[in-house]
Design a protein around this ligand. Structure first.
Ligand code: COA
Length: 329
C-alpha cells in the first residue's frame, strides 16, 4: 500500500466576531458567565450575509494548497465536508472547484455533521492508498450561524462559521496519515436535526418557515453530551490500539470542538493532561465539520505541533457519526 501524507493545511474564519455579550444585547435570556461556564465559548465568528460556505472553503483551500506547494490544477479530487453547502445542488465542492479552477479534480460533498473532516480524510486515504488518485484536497467548511434560531438559547450560543483544509498526496514527503476510523449509527440520528428543506418536507413553504423547521434543532443536549464523550473516548482508544501505541503516547489531541467540558471529561477518564488538548472552542464555538480542521491548522501554524509528534483527531457529530484520524507529524 502507498503511504498517504498531509502536505499542507490551511484555515480561514470570517473577521466579524459575535461576543457572548452581543447575544445578551440581542435580548437572549442568557449571560456571558453562563455560556463560558457551561461551554467554554467566549466568542464566535460570523460570516457576512453575502458570504457562502464555498467562499470560506476557498480561502482555507488556497492557504492549504500554497503550503503544500500544489496547484489547484494538479488536484485529482476535492472532498468537501459540510452540512451547510451553498446549495443542495450543485454540491458545495462543485462551487469550490469552479472558484479554485481545478478542472481535473472530481468534486463532491461528504455529509457527516461535526465528524465530516475525518470522513473526508477517510475517503481521501482510500483513493490515495489504492493509487486511484495522487493529490486530494479535503476541506471542511460551514456557515452554521445561518441555520440557527437566534431566539433559541439552547442552540444559538454554540455555533460559529469557518473552514479548514488539508492537501493529501500519495508520496513520502509530508506528515503521515497513519489511520482513519469512521462510524455511524442512523438509529440514533435524531439528536441533532434540521427537519425542513429535505425531501421529507419540501417544498420549503411559508408554513415550514413559520414553524421554524429550517432551523437546527438539538434534542436532549445533555444526553448528546454524554454520548459524545463516550464516543470520543472509544475513538481515541481505537486509534491508539490500531497504531500499536498507548493513549499516553499521543502528544496532541485535537478533538471536534463542541464543549470544553467534554475535554475535561475525556481527560479525566483517560487520565491525560488537559495540556495535550488543542483548544479553539473559546474563540470560535462549534463550527461543526470545520472545527478540528481549523484547530489542526492553527496548531501547526503556531508551532504547537512539532515534527515527529503523534496527533489524534477524535470526532463526534449528529447522524450519529464519530471516528478519528491519527497523524505522525
Ligand atoms: N443561557 C442560560 N441558561 C441556559 C442556556 C443559555 N444559553 N441554555 C440553556 N440554559 C438553561 C436551561 O434552560 C436549563 O434551565 P432549567 O434548569 O431551568 O431547565 C439550564 O440552563 C441547564 O440546562 P442544561 O441543558 O442541563 O445545560 P447543560 O449544562 O447541559 O449545557 C449544553 C447545555 C447545550 C451547553 C450542553 O448540554 C452541551 O454542550 N451538549 C452537547 C451538545 C452538542 O454539542 N451536541 C452536538 C455534538 S457535536
Amino acid at each position: 500500500m502507498v503511504s498517504v501524507n498531509i502536505l499542507g493545511t490551511g484555515s480561514y474564519v470570517p473577521p466579524k466576531i459575535l461576543y457572548n455579550r452581543d447575544l445578551e444585547a440581542m435580548g437572549l435570556d442568557t449571560s456571558d458567565e453562563w455560556i463560558i461556564q457551561r461551554t467554554g465559548i467566549r466568542e464566535r465568528r460570523i460570516a457576512d450575509p453575502d458570504v457562502a460556505t464555498s467562499d470560506l472553503a476557498y480561502e482555507a483551500s488556497v492557504r492549504a494548497l500554497d503550503r503544500a506547494g500544489i496547484n489547484a490544477s494538479d488536484l485529482d479530487m476535492i472532498v468537501m465536508a459540510t452540512i451547510t453547502p451553498d446549495t443542495c445542488c450543485p454540491s458545495g465542492a462543485n462551487w469550490l472547484q469552479a472558484k479554485l479552477d481545478a478542472p481535473k479534480a472530481v468534486s463532491f460533498d461528504v455529509t457527516a455533521a461535526c465528524s465530516g473532516f475525518i470522513f473526508g480524510l477517510d475517503v481521501a486515504e482510500k483513493y490515495l492508498s489504492s493509487g486511484a488518485a495522487q493529490n486530494i484536497l479535503v476541506v471542511a467548511a460551514e456557515v452554521m450561524t445561518r441555520t440557527v434560531n437566534w431566539k433559541d438559547r439552547n442552540t444559538c450560543i454554540l455555533w460559529g462559521d469557518g473552514a479548514g483544509a488539508a492537501v493529501l498526496a500519495a508520496e513520502k514527503n509530508g506528515h503521515a496519515l497513519l489511520s482513519t476510523h469512521v462510524h455511524t449509527d442512523g438509529a440514533r440520528g435524531q439528536h441533532l436535526l434540521m427537519p425542513g428543506g429535505g425531501s421529507k418536507t419540501t417544498p420549503i413553504s411559508h408554513e415550514s418557515v413559520h414553524e421554524g423547521r429550517h432551523y437546527l434543532n438539538m434534542i436532549e443536549a445533555n444526553l448528546s453530551f454524554r454520548v459524545a464523550v463516550r464516543h470520543f473516548i472509544e475513538s481515541i482508544k481505537e486509534a491508539a490500539a490500531h497504531n500499536g501505541v498507548s493513549v499516553s503516547d499521543i502528544d496532541w489531541l485535537i478533538p471536534h470542538q463542541a464543549n470544553i467540558r467534554m475535554f475535561h471529561s475525556i481527560a479525566r477518564s483517560l487520565e491525560i493532561s488537559m495540556e495535550k488538548f488543542y483548544v479553539t472552542i473559546h474563540k470560535y464555538g462549534n463550527i461543526s465539520s470545520a472545527s478540528c480542521a481549523i484547530a489542526l491548522d492553527e496548531a501547526v501554524r503556531d508551532g504547537s505541533i512539532n515534527d515527529g509528534q503523534l496527533v489524534c483527531l477524535p470526532v463526534f457529530g449528529g447522524g450519529l457519526t464519530w471516528g478519528s484520524a491519527m497523524i505522525r507529524w
